[in-house]
Design a protein around this ligand. Sequence first.
Ligand code: NAP
Length: 337
Amino acid sequence: MVRIGVIGTGMIGQAHIRRLGTSVAGARVVALHDSDPERAESVATSLDGARVYPSGTDLIAAPEVDAVLVSSWGATHEPYVLAAIAERKPVFCEKPLAATQQACSRILDAEVAAGRRLVQVGFMRRYDPHYRALREVLASGSIGRPLLMHAAHRNPSMPTWFTGDMLITDSAVHDLDVARWLFADEIAAITAYTPTRAARAPEGWPDPLVLLVELAGGALVDIEVLGNARFGYDIRGEVVGEDGTAELSESAGAVVKRAGAVRGPLPATWLERFDAAFDAELRDWVDTVRAGGPPGGPSAWDGYAAAVATDAGLAALHSGARTVPELGDKPDLYRAQ
Ligand code: NAP
């Protein structure tokens, strides 16, 4: 049984805690910390014997905690991830790994110095059955060499605390990670385009936004981000290869053709669309922790590369120029992943 300490008991922290109790075998949440102690206490009442810690670092150091899940706000992740590495405890960190390229770089340095991979980042799309099926098609070679990809990330609306830049750092970051993962390649350049602003988008937002992403190997990925689509949560991905195309299937559920019309389900939110992926990523993380091996999911390098990409995306958006990210060399620790 892996005894888990959770830092950050807000929206997704609570969702992860629920999953760990219902959909994931072999794990128990034993410790909680949140900057709002009342929130942590209230979550603790639903858990058998979980203790609330006064600080995240106390929780990480506690002998009763085998592994740490960080789901506090992104700008707070770095010190928690560094403390977990220092304690040599596996840590699942929600995205972003940290707020800046420099902060992510410090995490890479710490993990490399520890000599083993301890960090998994919450890019849950890599566990989504539809994305995995798409990746299997690419790996099979049946559509030939992949040349380009069209992706779309459409949200019905955005929370009031969202900002225009977060369309890149919080939304497109998932698509940027998927592009790296599907093509097994790094991002070489990004250009941002902002067509006519949607009438429902807040003043000053780049909504919709198109990122044109050049991969090092020459493939091109266009990512549409639409923050205020209203009609539902719509995630698209189509890869064009030398010999054919492959696209994400629509979300699970029957497509009904009746009375001259085709109807099928469309998820309302990302929680609904990626429900199975969130379950699968936590199951896999807990399984690898139990086995004592390195995590099987997105690594600290993936978190770092995503931060470099979102920094480049923001620079491209604000300058209007094609922007080349400064990725640097991949440490050997991450080469065999
Ligand atoms: P949230 O509802 O605001 O929850 C964050 C919690 O962390 C809040 O209770 C907050 O308390 C607490 N907190 C803030 N600073 C802290 C600190 N220094 N130490 C401990 N706790 C602290 O946010 P959320 O939507 O759950 O998002 C949390 C993280 O998950 C973010 O990094 C976000 O990007 C990520 N996320 C990922 C996905 C995905 O698709 N993988 C989806 C949603 C969110 P206060 O409210 O008092 O500040």
